[in-house]
Design a protein around this ligand. Structure first.
Ligand SMILES: Nc1ncnc2c1ncn2[C@@H]1O[C@H](COP(=O)(O)OP(=O)(O)OP(=O)(O)O)[C@@H](O)[C@H]1O
Ligand SMILES: [Mg+2]
Length: 449
């Protein structure tokens, strides 16, 4: 229940407030400035109603003090037609006013509207602080807005969320936003990448161990589940979780209890699980490569992030954001995209999604030498440059390519000849002994691989 403080000496008004807040808030009262100050010393309120004319002085003075101290909203109660006074009160920091004569509906409506307003401001402030935490999440498309809406709804729940989407679409970002905008934000956010830690290590990373659990366990170590208590645990690349561990994770989710390695005693944990993958997890489940029961447990709330090419409206705001950011970081003047550069970006498919877009912009800022306008040519150069870099990686030296071809060709002819060496040698036009030597080499190469 909301805590509301009414500072007024009129008994009739006190009665109206009591009636107005029945079942909605717990009102407290003070009839003089002195009494009010005394109560304000020991207690915090969600909302204060203040009469500007009190037996022991001017209410505006008290308003000044409250406004200078914290952000508790104060609504002044004034007589009818006292516009000047209202203006003075608002300038001093009142958030609203209530004009006499009063009735309980009027009181209730004004109180609710102030409290709603405060709540909205708090949400905005919280989101702004996330941006200060450097979790930029930019966009303007309908899909982007839908993702934001889901983040807002899901962040209020403790149920598991599964985030899916191609590489670079922002799954990590969304996982963090879910935690830092939710009611667990004052507790830890722990992150585990299931793909980058080998199986046995992953287990101790998640559940921790007790001193002496194995050679080298010199002291207790808390696992991520314990470290994330009351907060969130982000299981990234969940499809790479080894089969045996999948069963254990399922156990923890169902029983809310973990068993550190080397301990018989369980530890109760309250953890919100957020998992993510860029693989087709449904396909993995169908093929039997991922436990169905765990999948159902993780997929209670689903947040799919579509690729950038399906929400092209987001390209420009994201590109502009990073262009400014990298210019600032590199002490460069603010660059701008030319029309053709922008057009090129809007038509490009971004297989690496937002990560790729960000990298492209970073490179552009780094290579730019003259002028402030980024041309279509410069952009093309950077994008095609990354293509050739990728293709270069596929190109082998001639010697290796010839070897590959010779091996495949010989094995192919051997297969077509039913494994008969004499026949194969004949077809290839070489001596049987020569072929045997080549086959030994091929086998040796194979063993090396
Ligand atoms: N909407 C966005 N606005 C600004 N930056 C974003 C946005 N979405 C993602 N990014 C940035 O793009 C990069 C890739 O995002 P992220 O690491 O979250 O992708 P991912 O989906 O987890 O990729 P992967 O599947 O490869 O792990 C990060 O640098 C991130 O900050
Ligand atoms: Mg990721």
């Amino acid at each position: 229940m909301k805590k509301i403080f009414i500072i007024d000496d009129d008994y009739e008004i006190k009665y109206l407030f009591l009636k107005a807040f029945e079942g909605f808030a717990e009102p407290e009262f003070a009839g003089t400035l002195r009494e009010a100050e005394e109560k304000l010393k020991n207690k915090k309120f969600d909302l204060i109603f203040l009469d500007v004319k009190l037996p022991d002085g001017d209410g505006i003075k008290l308003l000044e003090k409250i406004a200078g101290r914290d952000k508790t909203p104060v609504c002044v109660i004034t007589g009818y037609g006292t516009t000047e006074l209202i203006v003075r009160a608002m300038k001093t920091g009142a958030c609203d006013f209530l004009e006499k004569p009063l009735n309980k509906e009027k009181i209730r409506i004004v109180a609710e509207s102030i409290l709603n307003r405060v709540e909205k401001e708090e949400i905005i402030e919280r989101l702004a602080s996330e941006i200060r935490r450097e979790i930029p999440f930019i966009g303007k498309s309908g899909i982007y807005k839908e993702i934001l809406r889901k983040i807002e709804i899901f962040s209020k729940s403790a149920s598991p969320v599964l985030i899916t989407g191609e590489t670079g679409v922002g799954k990590d970002v969304v996982a963090r936003l879910l935690h830092y905008t939710g009611n667990r934000r004052n507790f830890p956010f722990q992150h585990v990448n299931c793909a980058s830690i080998p199986g046995e290590l992953l287990e101790s990373e998640l559940f921790g161990f007790r001193k002496g659990a194995f050679t080298g366990a010199y002291r207790d170590k808390k696992g991520k589940f314990e470290l994330a208590d009351k907060g969130s645990l982000f299981l990234n690349e969940i499809c790479d979780m080894p089969e045996g561990l999948q069963a254990k994770i399922l156990d923890v989710i169902e029983n809310k209890e973990i068993f550190p390695l080397g301990s018989e005693k369980g530890v109760k944990v309250d953890v919100r699980i957020i998992s993510a993958t860029n693989k087709d997890i449904e396909k993995k489940v169908k093929k039997g490569n991922f436990r169905k029961d765990l999948y159902y447990r993780l997929n209670v709330l689903r947040l799919h992030i579509p690729p950038l090419r399906e929400r092209r409206e987001d390209i420009e705001p994201i590109a502009t954001y990073y262009l400014r950011k990298f210019c600032e970081e590199n002490n460069k003047p603010y660059y701008e995209f030319s029309k053709s550069a922008l057009e090129f970006l809007l038509n490009y498919d971004f297989p690496g999604n937002i990560r790729e877009l960000k990298n492209i912009i970073e490179k552009l800022v780094a290579i730019k030498q003259q002028g402030r306008i980024i041309t279509g040519e410069e952009l093309k150069m950077v994008i095609e440059g990354q293509d050739t870099a990728e293709k270069d990686a596929e190109i082998k030296p001639l010697k290796e390519a010839i070897k590959d071809f010779r091996r495949n060709y010989i094995l192919d002819v051997l297969k077509k000849s039913g494994g008969n060496i004499t026949l194969t040698a004949k077809k290839l036009g070489i001596h049987r002994v020569h072929l045997q030597r080549l086959l030994r080499e091929i086998n040796f190469e194979k063993d090396k691989k």
